[in-house]
Design a protein around this ligand. Structure first.
Ligand code: AMP
Length: 361
């Protein structure tokens, strides 16, 4: 796959492989189908809601080279819907088939220390942070930050898992031990006014497109609601777009990425994290834009031109979490309803979402 220059688009009927079988993979597969593209979902979990809508499925370990090679031979391009795909899986696949966004964005997004170091090198603001590899380093880092802080494991944290707010040096040392004594970072607690995110895309020809940032509200560390427009002043929206573009270009990125930002009271934009994939805070684009984030990602991976990210409506996307899905009868008459077809509604599990649109401003 050419990384820049004139891309060779995959013809309709081609197969996009998707690593991961959750709701993001499911919505990617649905978007691909609309464009006449097939999908092959590869997941290590039998209960994968993307399986139900894909043209082909493989259930196997991400570390099974034989199964990966077999999968790769049946795909024309491969992408992923979660960022904890092992490095070796991508390297294995790349021997047979192009993989977008590629291993470098994954490597960086999988490790909070590498991620924040990369962002700072590129001149972007983040919370102040320190690498923490021992209880004594946790205490030292807390003293250096001189204020409330958040200890986060470097790897494998999501939806607030693998992190603790700490208020003293002793708290920091204890949190490090409680999180398993694994490599971590301690970062300063940001008194943000609100959280926002830019969902952006970069095509194989280097084209860049970004969706209007959403205002994101979390409950118990899980995204509850995304609202567009976010209330961020236009000048700051443009600044957020420029930040996402800088990240995408530095990584020679192909596909959709989410850039999560803290907005401070004095309107500084601090990057919290990069998601090298479609993002929950971009689900509103299915109803709010002519080209959704899912279609945009498929376009980029398939080497097609990016679509117009313009928003035609205001939108509020609300996640349906855990047992809330039992109220599906109340929601059944609503436009903008998406249910992911997951069988078990565990607490905190994202079971669907509903987007309400109103005439755009
Ligand atoms: P993360 O796993 O890094 O995306 O963090 C999950 C959520 O925790 C964020 O969306 C914020 O609401 C909160 N959070 C994370 N880091 C910080 C921080 N340094 N200061 C304040 N809140 C934070």
């Amino acid at each position: 796959m050419p990384q820049t220059g004139k891309p060779e688009p995959l013809p309709p009927g081609s197969t996009i492989g998707i690593l991961g079988g959750g709701q993001l993979g499911r919505m990617l597969a649905l978007a691909a189908a609309r464009l006449g593209l097939k999908t092959h979902v590869y997941s290590d979990e039998s209960e994968s809601c993307a399986f139900y809508v894909a043209s082909e499925t493989t259930r196997a370990s991400f570390r099974d080279p034989k199964e990966l090679a077999k999968f790769a031979r049946r795909c024309d391009a491969v992408t992923f819907e979660f960022e904890n795909v092992p490095d070796e899986t991508v390297r294995e696949l790349m021997q047979h088939v192009p993989v977008a966004p590629g291993p470098e964005p994954l490597r960086i997004a999988q490790d909070r220390f590498l991620e924040k170091s990369f962002l700072q090198q590129k001149g972007l603001l983040t919370a102040p942070f320190h690498n923490v590899a021992s209880e004594s380093q946790a205490r030292e880092a807390f003293t250096a930050l001189a204020g409330p802080a958040v200890l986060k494991t470097r790897r494998l944290g999501y939806d607030g898992k693998g992190q603790r707010i700490v208020k003293t040096a002793e708290d920091a040392a204890r949190a490090f031990a409680e999180l398993g004594g694994v490599p971590s970072i301690l970062e300063g607690f940001v008194e943000f006014a609100f959280e926002t995110s830019v969902i952006a895309a970069r095509g194989q020809d280097g084209a860049f497109a970004a969706y209007d940032p959403a205002l994101n509200e979390h409950e118990h560390h899980i995204l509850r609601r995304s609202t567009v427009p976010s209330g961020l002043p236009e000048k700051k929206v443009q600044e957020a777009f420029a930040m996402a573009r800088r990240i995408a270009e530095a990584l020679n990125y192909i596909g959709v990425l989410g850039v999560e930002l803290f907005v401070t009271k004095d309107l500084r934009l601090l990057v919290n994290e990069i998601a090298p994939r479609v993002h929950n805070s971009g689900h509103w684009t299915l109803e709010g834009c002519a080209v959704s984030q899912f279609e945009q990602h498929i376009r980029a991976v398939a080497g097609w031109p990016l679509g117009d990210p313009a928003r035609h409506s205001n939108a509020v996307m609300r996640n349906i979490i855990g047992a809330e899905v039992e109220d599906w009868k109340q929601l059944a008459g609503r436009a903008g309803l998406h249910l992911y077809g997951k069988r078990v509604a565990r607490p905190g599990r994202k079971m669907g979402h509903v987007t309400t649109i109103s005439p755009g401003e």
